[in-house]
Design a binder for this molecule. Sequence first.
Ligand SMILES: NC(=O)c1ccc[n+]([C@@H]2O[C@H](COP(=O)([O-])OP(=O)(O)OC[C@H]3O[C@@H](n4cnc5c(N)ncnc54)[C@H](OP(=O)(O)O)[C@@H]3O)[C@@H](O)[C@H]2O)c1
Length: 351
Amino acid sequence: MQLLYMNRAIELAKMGIGFVNPDPLVGVIVVKNGKIIAEGYHKGYGRFAAEVEAFNNAIEEVNGADIYINLEPDAEVIIAKGIRKVYIGMLHPKGKGRNVEIMRGAGIEVEVDILREECEELNEISIQYLSEGKPFVFTKWAMTLDGKLASKTGDSKWISGEESLRFVHHLRQRVAAIMVGENTVRLDDPLLTTRLEGVNISNPIRVILSRYGDIAMEAKVLKVDKYTKTIVIASNNISWEREKLLRERGVEVLKLKETNRRIDFNDIVQALGTRGIDSLYIEGGSEVLASAFEAGVVNKVYAAIAPKIIGGKNAVTPVGGSGIEKMRDAIVLKRVTHEIVGSEVIFKGYL
Ligand SMILES: NC(=O)c1ccc[n+]([C@@H]2O[C@H](COP(=O)([O-])OP(=O)(O)OC[C@H]3O[C@@H](n4cnc5c(N)ncnc54)[C@H](OP(=O)(O)O)[C@@H]3O)[C@@H](O)[C@H]2O)c1
């Protein structure tokens, strides 16, 4: 029953996806005399904590009840409500057990680490952001079976099928920001918004890497409104005319130091973290991905492999740059899993 209840808390937590960043996703259920008397989840940044939501929704007095919550809660609220026992998925990345101690000190029974791995994956973004202040970095690309990101002419629409594209939109919903390079904007003119049916949509902030802001003014990513913001990460050497043109469009221009014709990804994640961006999804292309891997900022890789063969030795591969010389220097992913989505394999691993 414990696992069932914790799974339900995780499902509830997921209802906050897209709206809580940079807060963690939290879900709670309250059980009394073997019956669920309340459920709640954290609905959005700055809103009530999940446990408070649940207590407000209770159909009976919560005094003497047990709660199941995926993340260590605030002890004061639990004590004030007279909760008997607390089942916790994982400790809070900041307090790391401080609230557990307080609750135990107040005579409340506490059990931790229930479905801990699932709870940690659910909040992998917050675990990193709350402890290091840097966004959790995902990469996701779609490649052909012969390892290409696009054809020799730069055409990549569409390597992936519909089901796999839906996966991309779920990832866009989850993250605070999405990034592509200037060439991808030029060749694909992507919108980079979230398109999902049946859920409230949240668009990530679009981040375009372009040292001199050479982006066509009619590019879709430069159409900014209340729900779809864009940041161009440029070099300190961007011309003031270009910068002005972009700013007039409502685009934020974030200027960073340029070294050897590149902007260091360590500076990029630092600057985004300072702006409250807890997660970044790098969608491509090849040069941006290479630069991110070289700087060592990538945390998680998704790679979709489609059963298509396009050939062309000059067609771009997912990770460009100058590459390594010896296999012993390869980046080897950990905790690798895969799933079949439509006719594609989506491969997942951590760095
Ligand atoms: N299949 C997929 O999943 C997928 C996803 C995305 C893209 N794509 C494909 O990928 C291709 C484009 O890839 P690409 O490698 O040519 O270009 P890209 O990675 O999209 O853009 C590279 C450009 O970004 C700018 N940049 C600024 N700072 C950088 C930094 N630190 N690191 C790297 N770049 C930086 C540079 O332009 P400046 O020097 O002018 O600043 C650089 O030339 C397209 O054909 C597109 O269709 C495929």
